[in-house]
Design a protein around this ligand. Sequence first.
Ligand code: ADP
Length: 492
Amino acid sequence: MDKPLKILFATPEAVPFAKTGGLADVAGALPKYLQPLGCEVVLIMPYYRMVKRSGLPIQYLGEEIEVPLREETLRAEVYQSQLEPNIMVYFIGRDEFFDREYLYSTPKGDYFDNAERFVFFTRAVLHLARHIGFSPDLIHHHEWQTGLIPAYLKSIYENDPFFAHTATVFTIHNIAYQGLFKKEKFSLTGLPSEMYNPEGVEFWERINLMKAGIVYADVINTVSQKYSEEIQSPEYGYGLEGILRKRNADLYGILNGVDYQEWDPAHDSHLIARYDLRDLSGKQECKRDLLKEFGLPAALEKVPLLGMISRLADQKGFDLLAEILDQLFSFDLGFVLLGTGEQKYHDLFQQVAQKYPQKAGIRIAYDDRLAHKIEAGADLFLMPSKYEPCGLNQIYSLKYGTIPVVRATGGLDDTITHYDPSKGTGNGFKFARYDAKEFLNQIKTAIIFYAQPEHWTKLVRNAMNSDFSWHRSAEAYLQLYRRAIEKRKGSI
Ligand code: ADP
């Protein structure tokens, strides 16, 4: 048997320890699926206050490591836990940096010292790897917070035997967040000054940590094929499209998997009734329960119920929805929304609740239990995103037989196929242009099919049969790792 591949995951967040977004789900799940494929995975992340207070079994190892930052050497405490019995998780502790209420930013904006915090973390990852004697075949690092790792491996640690064969894969989960800092912060990194240039980590006279990952990693990927193509264009690339085009030969897209242990109506403990493809009657019970939960009239049971669960942010396409609200509510339908985010959208949806009390249920909150109930109880799920690197909710919706109406962007385009009534193929409805009328048209089309049980049953069946489990994605990552390792060896 082959020797296990030693993979080091460097990530700013991972479920169940700390989460702000989909990255945490990936970092918490992917290692579990890599292990049976012959990988030995060790994960390193910061020891945030959120981790401290998680109530999870985490052990202080009574050890400290030394981490260079600017001219100084700072100490970091080492903590340890496990994702599964054979998957070690190490935490870099330094209260000055990580014992804070939030991970990266407060509602007022980013922490002022994010450059210090994450340059320190990145450097600490490499020092901790050595401390625990884990000489990785590959470092899989995520987002701008760890973007500098391959820059270090290709400079300061270039001749270090410990990292002599270490390849890198850098995953971009959202290119809109890049880790941009004043150029004065470059000295924090300890990198050779020639790396501060437009071919390196410089970005319009600032430093850009995501760019470092893109420039120096052996292989780069995003979380869907479509998004990997989109970000090479000015509309989606947020200024990094040029450098991405340059690295096009090493840029891949791999869809995130979903955790069907958590998201499956056949055994979802949050639901009033469970259901599967053989017996869908429980879905109707879930719909009744959802209407009750929102205090909506029971009569809505007979009309299409539209659901949304989302961060209330511009990215998610709420301006399109705002444009069509009055037309939408002129139809015979119900609407439920769960979300938190920008104040302007809180205001908008509170107005909607007041204006259409018999049709609209609004909950401004983060509520996992209710998210499950919406996935099960709604008939249609709306995601008109401006951009969507992967998106999870549309994939959950499929499993719950809740038909997605999405804009054809990023992972939405890769996971949803438009329904073709003549062939009976497809699992949802898509529109291409970021345009409110197109969005409304697709909702109308979906409603027309909803009224035709022979089509709707087919759609629900196709949706529930769609499979986006981690197994497939983990295989694809393994291939990417092999490619990065070959590249590092110079064989390709
Ligand atoms: P993004 O990472 O851009 O927010 P995704 O669709 O990839 O979008 O993932 C969002 C995740 O967060 C999903 O698991 C979704 O159910 C969850 N979520 C978002 N908003 C809420 C909320 N208000 N309450 C409960 N869960 C939410």
